[in-house]
Design a protein. Structure first.
Length: 214
C-alpha cells in the first residue's frame, strides 16, 4: 500500500462484536518505521497480563493510535455491521493524521468508501499495525467494562468483559439485563421473565448477533 503511494496506513481491529453487553470498540493504529515490541500479535493469543504489559510499549512505539466505539443503543438501532462502521470511522477520524489507506482485520470490509481498505484474514497476526490496534483496543475495552461493572458486580464484567459466561448467564436470569446490555439480541429469547424487554427491529443482517464464548 505504501509502494502504491499511501503515506499513512492504519491497522484497524474490533473488539466486543460477540459480547452481550457493552459497546463494540474499534482500535486504529499507525505503525512506526522501527521494529514493534517483542511478542506483538493478535490480542486473543496473549494473556491479559501480557496484553497490559504491551500497552505502554505500544503507546511509545506507534506513530498514532485512537479508539472509536458504538454504544449498545446504537448496536440495537443500527445492527452490528453499521455499528462497526460507525465505531471504525470514529477511531480513524480521531487519529491526528487521516490515513491514506486502512488494513482491516477479517474478510469483510465494513468501512467502504471513501476509505481505501485492504481486508486481511487473520490480519492481527500478519500486520503489526492491526496487531497493535487489536491489543490496544482489547485492553481499553476490558478496562471500560470493568468500570461499567462496578455497579453490577453479580455480572462479573471485570472477568468476562460482557461476553457470555456462566456467571453472566446466572446474573441475567436472576437480575435481568443491565443498562449496558444489547437489548435486540437473541439471548433475551432464552430468558422468559425478561423477554418482554427485548427491542425489535428489522436488521439488514444478523452478523455479530451470535453469542460467542469469550
Amino acid at each position: 500500500m505504501i509502494a502504491a503511494g499511501a503515506r499513512v496506513v492504519a491497522g484497524v481491529d474490533e473488539v466486543g462484536r460477540g459480547a452481550w453487553a457493552g459497546p463494540v470498540v474499534v482500535g486504529a493504529a499507525v505503525s512506526a518505521a522501527t521494529p514493534p515490541p517483542a511478542g506483538l500479535t493478535d490480542s486473543k493469543l496473549l494473556t491479559a497480563p501480557r496484553r497490559e504489559a504491551l500497552v505502554p510499549e505500544l503507546e511509545a512505539w506507534a506513530t498514532a493510535y485512537a479508539f472509536g466505539a458504538a454504544s449498545p443503543e446504537e448496536i440495537d438501532e443500527l445492527g452490528m455491521t453499521a455499528a462497526l462502521r460507525l465505531a471504525a470511522v470514529r477511531a480513524l477520524e480521531a487519529l491526528p493524521v487521516r490515513p491514506d489507506a486502512v488494513v482491516l482485520d477479517g474478510s469483510h470490509d465494513f468501512l467502504g468508501e471513501p476509505w481505501t481498505v485492504r481486508t486481511v484474514v487473520k490480519g492481527d497476526q500478519a500486520c503489526i499495525g492491526v496487531a497493535a490496534a487489536s491489543v490496544l483496543a482489547k485492553v481499553y475495552r476490558d478496562g471500560l467494562m470493568a468500570e461499567l461493572g462496578t455497579g453490577h458486580p453479580a455480572f462479573a464484567f471485570c472477568d468476562n468483559a460482557g461476553y457470555p459466561s456462566p456467571t453472566h448467564r446466572r446474573a441475567l436470569e436472576e437480575f435481568g439485563p443491565t443498562p449496558f446490555h444489547r437489548m435486540s439480541w437473541a439471548f433475551l429469547d432464552d430468558l422468559p421473565q425478561w423477554r418482554h424487554l427485548k427491542k425489535f427491529r428489522t436488521p439488514l443482517e444478523d452478523a455479530g448477533q451470535t453469542a460467542l464464548d469469550f
